[in-house]
Design a protein around this ligand. Structure first.
Ligand code: MN
Length: 142
């Protein structure tokens, strides 16, 4: 059973994502801030990490830089889950080390299949161009 770590400071989002993933048989652990997320990642070595960007203290960008700067953790696929969607932000998110980007609000009917696609791509070091969301199409409207 794939182990997925969720790092998210918003309790409602965390509950919804956990519920959906567990309902489809995934083993989920959670952290509500970046420092705890890094500690759990190091101790438990999940198969996939989903991480919010806007969090008090350590942002998701900081989490990504630390994870991808650690040779023991760098290979874990890392997906940003965020409403952060201004011009240039997606590029900044990917540049900081995230392998893919999923925009909020999450779509409950699509969320698990989007995440499972990220898991499958983990072995081939997840293409950076993976359009996990409508971020691209929204961007073209800006
Ligand atoms: Mn947040």
């Amino acid at each position: 059973m794939p182990h997925i770590l969720l790092i998210e400071d918003n309790p409602e989002n965390l509950d919804l994502m956990s519920y959906l993933l567990r309902a489809f048989g995934h083993f989920v652990t959670t952290a509500t801030n970046g420092a705890d997320g890094l500690r759990v990642a190091s101790e438990q070595r999940p198969e996939l990490i989903l991480c919010d960007i806007h969090m008090p203290g350590m942002s998701g960008v900081d989490v990504a830089r630390q994870l991808k700067g650690n040779p023991e953790l760098a290979s874990i696929p890392l997906v940003a889950v965020t409403a952060y969607a201004m011009v240039g932000d997606r590029e900044q998110i990917l540049a900081s080390g995230f392998d893919a980007y999923l925009s909020k609000p999450i779509e409950p009917e699509n969320f698990v299949s989007q995440i499972e696609a990220s898991l499958r791509k983990g072995d081939e070091s997840m293409a950076r161009a993976v359009p996990l969301s409508s971020a691209e199409s929204k961007r073209s409207n800006l």
